[in-house]
Structure formats: structure tokens, C-alpha cells
Design a protein around this ligand. Structure first.
Ligand code: FAD
Length: 397
């Protein structure tokens, strides 16, 4: 979809300029002109009293020759100079998709001074790295990164793009999909290839998590989706793999970026970094009160891990939503997940069942959490947790 001004109809009244949330319209010689900040939201179309602004279907044109679109791409997120786990997980899955369709796996790497990361991307399955470096791109910003990824798609025409369902991936994916006129399946929990069509089959919870929907993108390219962190395992890196770096110049200018990063502050860094945590100690309603979460936090601290929570706990206001594990919270995959006073409802299990080792502490021997646990302790979590914490403290010296 593109937005176009019919100059012969435009009376230069400026109603569209006031309505545009992106400041993308200006008056030039008494007629409205649309600049690059346009997100094609259509707010101007709705307010024009002369019907002088129209939406034009360009997506179909882009999709007409789908054979031009080849290769699977992964958008790589960088945090403190290294790729985020979710990006490595997606390289692993992207590799499988690329092998299944006989295509190449590309990685989009954007930043400043990030070329050194390319070796890690090759080791984790990428054949090509599309590298865009510029001072304006040193940190993720919506305007700059959207322009860069959109330009890359227009130039190289990938068939599939995977992004993490993270704050940045969700922000970027939706905007880019809109700019290039394709669809996006958000928050996927599984990926595959549809045997009939050869298209990517994107699976995600739908209708409040009551069904799993599998979605195809038959008409438009690229096929795009965001995928939850930790639903897939990271591939085993192969340091002998090499690939091709394709360096692309950034067309982004500093004045194109409407936001400014003033400061980056880690929010309780260790305790709620569930996406990357190797150890997670999670508490449920069985912990009895918010104050009793100190037992959970003590054990998490000793293990150097993060604190999770069930939805019952979040709904009760004992912990903020950023700690929630499960279908409507985070999907996690630590080495060890310790569930304390959590019953094991299917919606909770959906978010943590891919943990390497699950340990449950519950005073009900028939609690469903024990059905998916590797180790179970039947007992009162308020008594067991301090003992465990003390033992681990001794072991760690
Ligand atoms: P409970 O089910 O009340 O279990 C408490 C457990 O603690 C019991 O097993 C009890 O035996 C045990 N216990 C009690 N006292 C002690 C003690 N002193 N020591 C040890 N054990 C003790 N839930 C999520 O967690 N995450 C989600 O993302 C999520 N999404 C949902 C989405 C939808 C659409 C729906 C309908 C529900 C969702 N839920 C989710 C809610 C889910 O169904 C459960 O209600 C919730 O997980 C229960 O939380 P809980 O295990 O802490 O509490």
C-alpha cells in the first residue's frame, strides 16, 4: 500500500498535515508533498476533504514475480557487542528452513564497529552477512533501522525474514512489513515448511491461547515473522564455517532519526533477564505472599540466575509482568528451571517446558508440575528453599 497525492485535486488546505502523526507532509507551492517519513498509515487519506490523497495498491505489484525473492534472512540483535541468544536461535532455525528450500541463509547485521560479529554468525549457520555500519546506527533506533532493513529488502529481495519477538524485533518487524507491503506473523512458537505449498508455516497461539494457528503468506514477499526467544535451542557453533560479508552503505542521515538515546539503564539486570538466564527460580501462588518471594530471590542470587513467576502471582500484583513465564508471558529455556509453589497449568508449562532440567518444589504430590519435572521435591517451599540456598552457598564457597 502506498499513499499518493492527486495534485490536480489538492487545494493545499493543510488538513492532512495536521493529521499526520509522522510529520511526513509539507506544503510545496501550495500543494501537499509526502516525504520519506511517511509510514503509509493513511491518516491523511481519511481527513482530506477533497479526496485528493489515495491509497495505491503496490504490494501486489511487488508480489507479482515471487520468483525474484530468494533466501532466508535473520535480523541479528546486538547487545553489548554480541548477538542476543534469540538471534542465534533463529540462525539455527533459519538454517533448517534454508536447507529445506535449497536457499542460502543471510544475516542482517546493523550497528557501528560490529563487523567482528560476522564470524559468530557464520559459525552459527549464516552463509552471508549483510553488514550496514554507520554512527547513526550505533544503537537500535526505530527510524534508522527501519529504513536500513527496508532498503536491504528492496535491493536483495529475500524470501523469508525471521526476527526475535523482542521489544526491538516487534518494533522493527511490523514497520518494515508495512513499508514493503507484506504480512507478518507475530510471536511465533514454531516454524516449519508447509508440505503442499513450500511456504513457511508460522505457528502461534491464537484466541487467547486456546488454539494454535498456523499461518501462511502466499501472496506477498518476503514472508515475515517474529519468533519468541527460547522456543528454539541455539545451534552448536562451527568455528570452521566461513561466509561472505556484503557491506552495504547506509542511506540514513542523523536528521532522519527522531529519537535520541540519552542513557541505557539496566532494569534489575540479573533478576529479570529471563531471556538469557541459565538458571531461573520461579515462584507461584504457593509462595503464599509477596514477602515470601525473598526465598526465591535468595536462591536466584546464589545461582546467579533470574526470578520468574506464574501468572497467578503477576495477577495478584506480587511481581511485575516482566517476570511472568508462560503462554502470555515469556518463553524461557534455561539450563535449570526451579518451579516453587507452581501447580503446572498448561499455560505455564508452555513457557518453560524446553528448559534442560526442571526441578519442582510443591507440597501436593499430585501436582501436575511433577509430570514434566526431572526432579521433584514434595514439601513446603518456604522450608525447602532456605535449605537449598544454604547448600548452594556452601558449594559455591
Ligand atoms: P496455583 O494453580 O494456585 O498453584 C499453586 C500451587 O502451589 C499448588 O500446586 C499448590 O499445591 C502449591 N503450594 C501451595 N502452598 C505451597 C507451599 N507452601 N509449598 C509448595 N507448594 C505449595 N499462567 C502462567 O503461569 N503463565 C501464563 O503465561 C499464563 N497464561 C494464561 C493464558 C490463558 C489464556 C489462561 C486462561 C491462563 C493462563 N495462565 C497462565 C494461568 C494458568 O492457567 C494458571 O492459573 C496459573 O499458572 C496458576 O498459577 P500457580 O501455579 O502459581 O497457582
Amino acid at each position: 500500500m502506498a499513499v499518493k497525492v492527486l495534485l490536480e485535486k489538492c487545494i493545499g488546505c493543510g488538513a492532512c498535515i495536521d493529521a499526520c502523526p509522522f510529520g511526513a507532509l509539507v506544503l510545496l507551492d501550495g500543494k501537499v508533498d509526502i516525504n520519506e517519513a511517511c509510514s503509509q498509515c493513511g491518516a491523511c487519506v481519511d481527513v482530506c476533504p477533497e479526496n485528493a490523497i489515495i491509497r495505491e495498491e503496490v504490494a501486489k505489484e511487488a508480489a507479482m514475480d515471487k520468483s525474484q525473492y530468494k533466501d532466508v534472512w535473520v535480523y541479528v540483535e546486538i547487545a553489548e557487542g554480541v548477538p542476543r541468544n534469540v538471534s542465534l536461535e533463529l540462525l539455527g532455525e533459519g538454517r533448517k528452513l534454508a536447507d529445506a528450500t535449497g536457499e542460502r541463509l543471510g544475516a542482517i547485521l546493523i550497528g557501528q564497529g560490529v563487523e567482528g560479529v560476522a564470524a559468530t554468525l557464520f559459525a552459527n549457520g549464516a552463509d552471508k552477512v549483510y553488514l550496514v555500519e554507520a554512527p547513526e546506527l550505533a544503537h537500535y533506533n526505530t527510524d534508522g533501522y527501519t529504513t536500513v532493513v527496508t532498503d536491504l529488502i528492496k535491493e536483495f529481495k529475500p524470501s523469508v525474514i525471521l526476527l526475535g519477538a523482542t521489544n526491538d524485533g516487534r518494533d522493527l518487524g511490523a514497520r518494515v512489513a508495512c513499508r514493503v507491503g507484506t504480512g507478518l506473523t507475530a510471536d511465533c512458537t514454531d516454524l516449519g515448511i508447509d508440505s503442499e505449498t513450500g511456504l513457511v508455516a508460522w505457528t502461534r497461539p491464537a484466541f487467547g491461547g486456546n488454539i494454535m494457528a498456523t499461518i501462511l503468506c502466499p501472496e506477498h514477499r518476503p514472508q515475515m515473522g517474529t519468533v519468541r526467544p527460547s522456543v528454539f535451542k541455539k545451534p552448536i557453533p562451527d568455528a570452521t564455517r566461513i561466509g561472505e560479508i556484503i557491506r552495504v552503505s547506509s542511506m540514513v542521515k542523523a536528521e532522519d532519526i527522531r529519537t535520541k538515546l540519552l542513557n541505557a539503564i539496566k532494569v534489575s539486570a540479573g533478576s529479570c533477564n529471563l531471556d538469557e538466564a541459565e538458571f531461573i527460580v520461579s515462584g507461584g501462588r504457593g509462595m503464599g505472599s509477596p514477602a515470601n518471594f525473598r526465598f526465591i530471590e535468595d536462591l536466584a542470587n546464589v545461582l546467579g540466575g533470574s526470578v520468574g513467576a506464574s501468572r497467578a502471582v503477576v495477577d495478584a500484583g506480587w511481581k511485575p509482568h516482566m517476570h511472568q513465564v508462560g503462554q502470555t508471558g515469556k518463553t524461557v529455556g534455561p539450563k535449570i528451571y526451579i518451579a516453587c509453589g507452581i501447580s503446572g497449568a498448561i499455560q505455564h508449562v508452555a513457557g518453560m517446558s524446553s528448559s534442560d532440567i526442571i526441578i519442582a518444589i510443591n507440597k501436593d504430590p499430585d501436582a501436575p508440575i511433577f509430570n514434566i519435572s526431572d526432579y521433584g521435591i514434595v514439601g513446603d517451599a518456604l522450608e525447602v528453599l532456605p535449605i537449598l540456598t544454604e547448600k548452594f552457598r556452601e558449594i559455591k564457597g
